[in-house]
Each structure stands twice: as structure tokens, then as C-alpha cells.
Write a protein that binds this ligand. Structure first.
Ligand code: NAD
Ligand code: SSN
Length: 486
């Protein structure tokens, strides 16, 4: 299938970006990347493993030293050049993203701009890595705090945001003076490789940014085992996050883990219901519900439950499902058959436990991995979708009566990534925002992500923060220098 690019060099076939060269796997083996909307193959990428990963790690060590020796201003200039190239090729990058991931083209364009914003933001932050001078307890001393790059780093990223989940890591890593090896998800490596094409054009040295594709266990194992890699940043499921954390124990690697969520979306009876419906549509159905910060459980207060359910169903009926390349489409396919089966089983389980189907509820007539945008009412807290991320276009509505009850329900999960609520009572807003055990809280909004704010979770949703001025600290070590005898 041809993706029809203005700049066809962005679509790499059979090669990955290792040690400043476009190379295949040693074995010559490849993985096929398919379009989830059509099940048609798009491209082949190398099936690399441990040996190629070890080569990439070795190839990063010396270039990282040279990169960290550049002035922050010089690193910032290369990152800004990269940002400009990404935005110049926004349309092509969006087409590659839609082809391999399935999201509607308009959403893919949005992801490219969102992804690029992390490169621009951290280009600026590179120049603001300040140290400290601490007042000393002895007169002959001066106590200094320096911040230095942590060294060679690695990133393992998911398929749901094939561009932004990479740039949110590479931006701060390179700004801080680190090198980074990226392993994208098997389903969506083409966006990562396209970023590498533009990084090379922006003058980012080959060993400083590398993209290797292939076997997750082998590549992840080699990264975790390596004492040269001092930091691993992972975005993906909590299950794989746990594996990587265990594997990183022997080398005491610094970790950033952006893991799964189970976001509550609470509508109180004093909410602006139309605004709450807008927020629910944005939060729940973006990327067909395949977002770690997607509303997973919608709690609606008794007095407005039926009105909210009706308004939401009316809006859901207007969503257009189809191939992301078709004009007007607002919901693409799910990524694969496993994702579709999970959604089906969650819906079946909720209905078996007493939920009422308001709209949707089955595979879409288009076939493939398309699923109807779905609303379920009066879902029981015993349902699977109360405990697990559904990761699909299903809005389960749970009924509640009091603030205390909903806060307990919202916090009854091991996850703690994003949460949302709608209310116009300022006292309630403060109380609920403080009581929610989540890393992020959206008040009267369903969209909270941007490059200037700290993104991340508490509990088993992960460790560390990405974006904002905090994001660069994940790639810096603090060094204390005591200067005595002055
Ligand atoms: N918190 C966040 O910022 C955030 C963002 C996006 C997605 N997510 C989460 O990611 C999940 C969906 O993404 P997914 O299905 O791609 O997750 P996943 O954990 O299956 O895969 C993520 C990445 O890990 C790799 N991987 C899988 N097994 C591995 C192993 N044993 N060793 C090393 N690498 C391995 C995959 O190849 C992929 O690159 C959801 O749970 C979602 O909530 C979280
Ligand atoms: O899926 C997780 C990332 C989504 C976001 O950055 O808003």
C-alpha cells in the first residue's frame, strides 16, 4: 500500500538507525508492519535482537561524551532544527502515523504537533539546567550543586502514541546531554524511524539518537543488563513495567515508568452537563479509547445520571467510525484483534453483571478491528472494566450519591495516573482535587496533556514525570561539590 508522501524518504524499509547508519538485522530477518484499518502490510522493519542492541549501546558511549561537551545553546540549536523539520513534515508524519496506528488523520496531525512541542520545550529547557550554591556551615567553604547528564539512556515506547511517547523522552534526554536508544513498539516503528531521518538532517549525531526495531524481550534484556545504560524510560503496560523494573535491579538503573491508568471521570450534580459531555467525548473516545489517560470509569451523580447518559449517547451517535484516511472520520480501528477481544469481553462481562446497553456494544459493521462507540449505564463496580483498563471506545457509567462515596470508588484501584471531574462548587473542587489519589487531575476538562505540565502517575501507574521543567531532571544527576580551605 502506498502512503503517498510528499517526502518519501521518511518511510524506511527494512532498515533501522544504528550507530549513525541505516542497517538491517544481522540475520536479515524482518517484521511486517500492517495498517490496522485494512490489515494490509505497509513496510518491513529489521527484527533486531540482543547483539544489535549491544552494538547500539557501545556506539552511544563516545558520542554521548562529545554531545554533553557541547554548550547547552548548541544542543538547543540542533533540537530546534529537529523541531522545525518535524513541523515542516507534519502532514507526511501524520500519514505514516495513521497508516501504522489507525487514528484519524486530524488526530495524527495533532499528535505530530504535540510530539514536536516536547522537542521545542526541552530545547529551551536545556539552557535552564541551573545548579545551586548552598550557604556553608563553615566560613572557609563553598558548597555547590552541579547537575550533569546521566549518560547513555534508553526508551521503550508503546503503539498508541507512536511519535509523542518518543519525543517526550528524547527531548529531555538530548537537552540534558544524554544519548538515547529508542525501541518503538512492533506495531508502530515507522513513525520512530521517520523521526530518526529528521534527527539526522537536524545534525543530531548518529550515536546520540538511535532507533532499533525488533524483539522486545531481547532488546529490553540487553538494555536492562547493560551497565553502560544508566537510565531507562518506559511507557507501556504496568505488567511490562514490572518486568523491566525487576530486570533493572542488577544494574540499579534509574527508571521512569509511565504505565497503565484507570481514570475516573466524575460528573457531580452541579456540573455544566454539556461541558461534561464535551469533556467525556474528548477524554473517552480520543484514539478510539486507546489512551492511558482515557476516562475508564464515568461516575455520574444520581440527580443528573439519566440526563447525562442521554446527552452522551446523542453525541456518541454522531461519531464517525472508519479508516483514518477518510475525511470526517472521528474514530479509527482498534490496534489489533487482541485489543478487540478485550473490549468485547469487558462489555459482555459488564452486561452479564447487570449493565444496561445505551448505545453501541458490538463489533462495527465495517469488520476488521472496528468497534462501535459504546455507552453502558448502571455498570456494577464488580465489572471487569471497573478494575482494568478497557482501552477501547466504551464509556461505562456508574451511579453514585455522595462525594465521599465517589471518592472512595474513584480511588479503589491500584492505578493512579489521570482523573477528571466536573463541578462548579469551588469548595467541592478543592476537596475532591486533593482527595483523588492520582498524579493528574482535570477539573472541568477532559484534556490535560501538554508539554509544559508534569505528566505522570502515582501508585502502580509509574515513577517520574515527563514534560514541564521537571521532565529534564529525570535525565540529570545531582553532584555535590564541597570546596574547602578558601
Ligand atoms: N502512562 C503513560 O504515559 C502511558 C502512555 C501510553 C500508554 N501507556 C500504557 O501502555 C499500555 C498500552 O501499550 P502497549 O500495549 O504497547 O504496552 P506494552 O507494555 O505491551 O508494550 C509497550 C512497549 O514495551 C515493549 N515490550 C513488551 N514486552 C516487553 C518485554 N518483556 N521487555 C521489553 N519490552 C517489552 C513493547 O514492544 C512496546 O514497545 C496501556 O496500559 C497504556 O495505559 C501508558
Ligand atoms: O497514552 C498516553 C499518553 C497520552 C497523552 O500524552 O495525553
Amino acid at each position: 500500500m502506498s502512503i503517498q508522501l510528499k517526502y518519501p524518504a521518511l518511510l524506511k524499509q527494512g532498515v533501522a538507525w544504528l550507530a549513525g547508519a541505516w542497517v538491517g538485522a544481522d540475520s536479515g530477518a524482518t517484521l511486517t508492519v500492517t495498517n490496522p484499518a485494512t490489515a494490509q502490510p505497509i513496510a518491513e522493519v529489521p527484527l533486531m535482537g540482543r547483539v544489535e542492541t549491544e552494538r547500539a549501546i557501545a556506539a552511544a558511549a563516545e558520542p554521548q561524551k562529545a554531545w554533553r561537551s557541547l554548550t547547552a545553546k548548541d544542543r538547543a540549536a540542533r533540537l530546534k532544527a529537529w523541531f522545525a523539520l518535524i513541523m515542516q513534515h507534519q502532514d507526511d508524519l501524520a500519514r505514516i502515523l495513521t497508516a501504522e496506528q489507525g487514528k484519524p488523520l486530524a488526530e495524527a496531525r495533532g499528535e505530530i504537533a504535540y510530539g514536536a512541542s516536547f522537542i521545542e520545550w526541552f530545547a529551551e529547557e536545556a539552557k535552564r539546567v541551573y545548579g545551586e550554591v548552598i550557604p556553608a556551615p563553615q566560613g572557609d567553604r563553598r558548597l555547590l550543586v552541579l547537575k550533569q547528564p546521566i549518560g547513555v539512556t534508553a526508551a521503550i515506547t508503546p503503539w498508541n502514541f507512536p511519535t509523542a511517547m518518543i519525543t517526550r523522552k528524547v527531548g529531555p534526554a538530548l537537552a540534558a546531554g544524554c544519548a538515547m536508544i529508542v525501541k518503538p513498539a512492533e506495531q508502530t516503528p515507522l513513525s520512530a524511524l521517520a523521526l530518526a531521518v529528521l534527527a539526522e538532517e537536524a545534525g543530531i549525531p548518529g550515536g546520540v539518537f538511535q532507533v532499533i526495531t525488533g524483539d522486545p524481550r531481547e532488546i529490553g534484556g540487553a538494555i536492562c543488563d547493560s551497565p553502560v545504560v544508566t537510565k531507562l524510560s518506559f511507557t507501556g503496560s504496568t505488567e511490562v513495567g514490572r518486568i523491566l523494573m525487576r530486570q533493572s535491579a542488577d544494574t540499579i538503573k534509574k527508571l521512569s515508568l509511565e504505565l497503565g491508568g484507570n481514570a475516573p471521570f466524575i460528573v457531580f450534580d452541579d456540573a455544566d452537563l454539556d461541558a461534561a459531555v464535551d469533556g467525556a467525548i474528548a477524554s473517552k473516545y480520543r484514539n478510539a479509547g486507546q489512551t492511558c489517560v482515557c476516562a475508564n470509569r464515568l461516575f455520574v451523580q444520581d440527580g443528573v445520571f439519566d440526563a447525562f447518559a442521554q446527552k452522551l449517547a446523542d453525541r456518541v451517535a454522531k461519531l464517525e467510525v472508519g479508516d483514518g484516511f477518510t475525511d470526517g472520520i472521528t474514530q479509527g480501528p482498534l490496534i489489533d484483534e487482541a485489543a478487540l477481544s478485550k473490549v468485547e469481553s469487558h462489555v459482555g462481562d459488564a452486561i452479564a453483571k447487570g449493565a444496561r446497553l445505551v448505545s453501541g456494544g458490538k463489533r462495527h459493521a465495517l469488520g476488521g478491528t472496528f468497534y462501535e462507540p459504546t455507552v453502558l449505564a448502571d455498570v456494577s463496580p464488580d465489572a471487569l472494566m471497573f478494575r482494568e483498563e478497557t482501552f477501547g471506545p466504551v464509556a461505562p457509567l456508574f451511579r453514585f450519591k455522595t462525594d465521599e462515596e465517589v471518592i472512595e470508588l474513584a480511588n479503589r484501584t491500584e492505578f493512579g495516573l489521570a482523573s477528571y471531574f466536573y463541578s462548579r462548587d469551588i469548595g467541592r473542587i478543592w476537596r475532591v482535587a486533593e482527595a483523588l489519589e492520582y498524579g493528574m487531575v482535570g477539573v472541568n476538562t477532559g484534556i490535560i496533556s501538554n508539554e509544559v505540565a508534569p505528566f505522570g502517575g502515582v501508585k502502580q501507574s509509574g515513577l517520574g514525570r515527563e514534560g514541564s521543567h521537571h521532565g529534564i531532571d529525570e535525565y540529570l544527576e545531582i553532584k555535590y561539590v564541597a570546596m574547602a580551605g578558601l
